[in-house]
Ligand binder design. Sequence first.
Ligand SMILES: [Zn+2]
Length: 73
Amino acid sequence: MPNPYRKHSPRRRDSRRSKNWTVHMPGLSACKNCGGVHQPHTICQQCGFYGGKLIVPQKVKKTKKDDKEEGKG
Ligand SMILES: [Zn+2]
């Protein structure tokens, strides 16, 4: 079995380990439907669209006016 000829210095060891230490920032792309920011190849969190199609219908927020109108009718 081949063995290392010498012990590597701490500097060399730390230098090797530091190469794999990187922070991965997810890419961001703009939504074609609403223009919001979302991760590529994922459903838009704001409108629920993916590839120009509605995948997840978003809940419509009820306002106080809507509640009053429903009560009358
Ligand atoms: Zn969107």
